[in-house]
Design a protein around this ligand. Structure first.
Ligand code: E4P
Length: 221
């Protein structure tokens, strides 16, 4: 399983990359506009903290296939390798996904609300598929749609991988990891909630206090 961080906050990425194994970072236009920074600033800051092996995803803004492809060229030129372009699965986006793949770009099909949309994008060559789990949950059975997609891809021989996205809580992430999801992209605050448990720190405090009471120190030796 790969963990991606869904954020425009480079500091949060640097911090979590020290604590966990982070495969890369996804952004979207909303995340970038909310950061209060320009896309250029976000890209520069993110590329400064990512290792060359960590992937970085930015999304096209144009809505027609030709414009999307032009945006995709700009995005891919930001970095020599492991730069991926996110293209929404509108009809124009589907055209752009085919064209971008024909040029060998790394493509993530995004704004996916059904397993069928994702499957069709995989047939067009998308490398990654990002179903919007929480948003799909608001409309029906989001987790169930992703489980269907896992099965559909397994029987298809298509090489596309799922990076499940749009999580709002730890339980949604947990359900998909349990189902064998290949990758998730999760906001840093949700990731921290997955790590943190008050009882873990209490247990550590108890161990160290007992050690200090017996041996007069708070280190092993
Ligand atoms: C990730 O690639 C998606 O853009 C993102 O997870 C969407 O999440 P949201 O539903 O919080 O906007």
């Amino acid at each position: 399983m790969e963990l991606f961080l869904d954020t425009a906050d480079a500091r949060a990425v640097a911090e979590l990359s020290e604590v966990l194994t982070v495969a890369g970072v996804t952004t979207n236009p909303t995340i970038i506009t909310k950061s209060g920074k320009t896309p250029e600033q976000v890209a520069a800051e993110m590329l400064a903290v990512l290792s060359p092996d960590q992937k970085f995803f930015m999304q096209v803004i144009a809505e027609d296939a030709e414009g999307m492809l032009a945006d995709a060229h700009r995005i891919c030129s930001l970095r020599e390798k492991n730069m991926c372009v996110k293209i929404p699965v509108t009809p124009e986006g589907m055209k752009a996904i085919k064209a971008a793949k024909a040029e060998g770009m790394c493509v993530l099909a995004t704004a996916i609300y059904t397993a069928d949309q994702a499957f069709l994008a995989a047939m067009n060559g998308a490398d990654h598929l990002a179903p919007y789990v929480n948003r799909m949950e608001s409309l029906g059975d989001g987790v169930g749609q992703v489980l269907d997609l896992i099965q559909m891809l397994a029987g298809s021989g298509l090489p596309a991988g799922i990076i499940a996205a749009s999580f709002k809580n730890v339980y949604q992430v947990h359900q998909l990891i349990t189902a064998g999801i290949q990758a998730v992209t999760v906001a840093p605050d949700v990731v921290w909630s997955m790590i943190g448990h008050p009882s873990t720190q209490l247990a550590v405090d108890e161990f160290v206090d007992a050690w200090e009471a017996s041996f007069g120190r708070r280190t092993f030796a």
